[in-house]
Design a protein around this ligand. Sequence first.
Ligand SMILES: [Zn+2]
Length: 257
Amino acid sequence: MPPPPSTESLSAAERNLRVQVAIAARSLSIGGHDDFNQGQVSARIPGSNRFLIKAAVTGFEECTPEDLVVASTDPSAPPHRLAPPELVLHQAVYQARPDVNAVVHSHAAYTLVFGATDLELRAVSHDGAMFEGRLPRYTLTSNTILDLPVAESVAKALGDAPAALLRNHGGVVVGKSLRHATVLAHLLERACRLQLLAEQVPGGYHSSSGDDVDAKRAFNFADLSVRSYWDFCAGQVARRWPDTAFWKPVRSVKQPI
Ligand SMILES: [Zn+2]
């Protein structure tokens, strides 16, 4: 295994983003998104046409700031030797969605099972309110996304939605920030889990009204709320893996105490 690329020469902004993406990966692991070393989280490097993405051979559960590679949003650019095979999926989404600054693709169990059904997601819980009526299901192939035309068709299916189900494969969740994409990935997995549970109950179940869905989107998923959920996730990562506290952003290190 070749040594990880040195991070000493990185800009402070990129180093800080690396720390956040690695925290996001660990948080996704806690949320049940591990499937060996498969799945990816990525985030645009602000002010550039590049993004950071978890390397191919690293799982969410073991990811560190050094286990990320830099990729171009341009699919014609030569990829890093450790770029994941599904890099094109992220490139296609970034090309199609200028509003998206982070992407999570995983094979999370409940998201995957829900995607295998023909159920429409309902607002069984707060989580489901985020996705009701805006969770397309991609059904053209269930294979790994390895080539650009397929990746572009996934991006087309995603449209302007916050997430898409990939039938018999997993899910794609996007966000205007890394915080949003990570939190929404947790929400989607929980929404799918709770609805699959409700579907087992004899006699059916109720879901939130349209007015309540709107109200929940306005309050439960407001930027301030998403930030607080992210802070909880980051705290959870720190409690689970105390060594991650040494992933100090450059900005903090340089600041006088
Ligand atoms: Zn996949």
